[in-house]
Design a protein. Structure first.
Length: 366
């Protein structure tokens, strides 16, 4: 990276092969010992460590140490900055022997490990020609993913902060839009318009708002540093809530025109799923994550089909409902793709904003 212009507004991802020490949480000082090198292997970052922890079987449960040497032009006046995504499910970052960031507290046993997955940004200076980057990672909860599965970025302090606050700003915009919707819904209810669609719409807004602040940059956990288990539980409860109240809201608006046997049972299914999420472990929730992702997708598909049928018959305003449902479905599919296959996708707020504008437009026209 000696040829990289750190004075620019660009960042660079540190993707590629890193040194990896499976089942060892080495400190930078310990890595300098000759015996430590006997455990060294290479691993692709970003990527799951499922085949790298044990030589005889595949698993994401375990711990290990990542290490990367980065050559830079010595300059003690230059500010470096790194952006670490949420690393599953606890991590500690060292640069040139100094502990700069910690998310949770990685340990070599489940009992001592404290899990937390929160993005971190660190800044530092150095007069050395090499950055010795060491990341300790442990995971005892997530059987589907483990290790550094998202890109780590480095650049100038200005460049990293620019990318960080762009993402956070997009999420804040969505939160503000949904909060304003929630406020006017409450005001309408308080002044005497006590209709069932209002309550369903309010709960849909709150579920989507929760979904926003526990995902991506995890804004909620900067205010309330909850453990990783509650990160998982709140995320999937919000998915289930979006599914349940989306169907309830649409049904209450056009109940006389929409007939579908699953309506009767869908709310009970969602309630059972929410209780299961809250009462079982995070590991169980993650094993059933595909089911929970399917609930809002199923609700969206049902409503899309019904709203299109209604608009073709005698209610042209139902197209607003169809557009809102399509936007929700796009958000759900994008979230599923991001969670399973493409975790480096940035935050995209347009679909949620469009969805709630369409729902509000349809309701006001009613």
């Amino acid at each position: 990276m000696r040829g990289f212009d750190f004075s620019s507004d660009e960042t660079i991802t540190m993707n590629g092969e890193w040194e990896f020490y499976p089942l060892k949480l080495f400190s930078p000082a310990e890595l300098k010992e000759t015996n430590a090198q006997k455990n060294r292997s290479l691993i692709q970052v970003p990527g799951k460590w499922v085949n790298s922890l044990y030589p005889d079987h595949s698993t994401n449960i375990g711990y290990g140490t990542y290490r990367l040497h980065v050559l830079v032009t010595p300059d003690s006046s230059r500010d470096f900055s790194m952006r670490l995504p949420g690393i599953v499910s606890t991590s500690a970052l060292y640069v040139n022997g100094q502990l700069l960031a910690r998310s949770g507290s990685p340990a070599e046993s489940r009992e001592k490990n404290i899990s937390q997955v929160v993005p971190k940004t660190v800044s530092f200076t150095t007069d050395k020609s090499e950055l010795d980057i060491v990341i300790q990672v442990a995971n005892y909860e997530n059987k589907r993913q483990g290790g550094i599965i998202r890109s780590i970025k480095i650049g100038s302090d200005k460049a990293i902060e620019k990318e960080k606050w762009f993402s956070i700003s997009m999420q804040i915009i969505v939160v503000v839009v949904m909060a304003l919707h929630a406020v006017y819904v409450c005001m309408l209810y308080l002044i005497g318009i006590k209709q069932k669609p209002l309550l369903s719409f309010l709960m849909l807004i709150l579920s989507a708002l929760l979904m926003t602040i526990v995902d991506d940059d995890k804004l909620l956990f900067f205010l309330f540093p909850l453990p990783y288990e509650w990160n998982i539980k709140l995320a999937y409860v919000s998915f289930v809530g979006v599914a349940a109240f989306l169907l309830s809201f649409a049904k209450s608006l056009v109940s006389h025109k929409m007939r579908f046997p699953l309506f009767r049972w869908f709310s009970w299914i969602c309630t059972l799923c929410a209780i299961t999420i809250l009462l079982t472990s995070a590991s169980t929730t993650l094993l059933l994550s595909s089911l929970y992702f399917c609930l809002p997708l199923l609700a969206s598909l049902i409503l899309l089909a019904q709203s299109l049928r209604t608009s073709q018959r005698n209610d042209s305003d139902a197209i607003f409902l169809g557009l809102g449902v399509t936007s929700i479905m796009t958000n759900v599919v994008g979230g599923f793709i991001k969670a399973i296959w493409w975790p480096d996708i940035g935050y995209y707020p347009i679909d949620l904003i469009v969805a709630f504008l369409m729902f509000a437009s349809y309701w006001f026209k009613r």
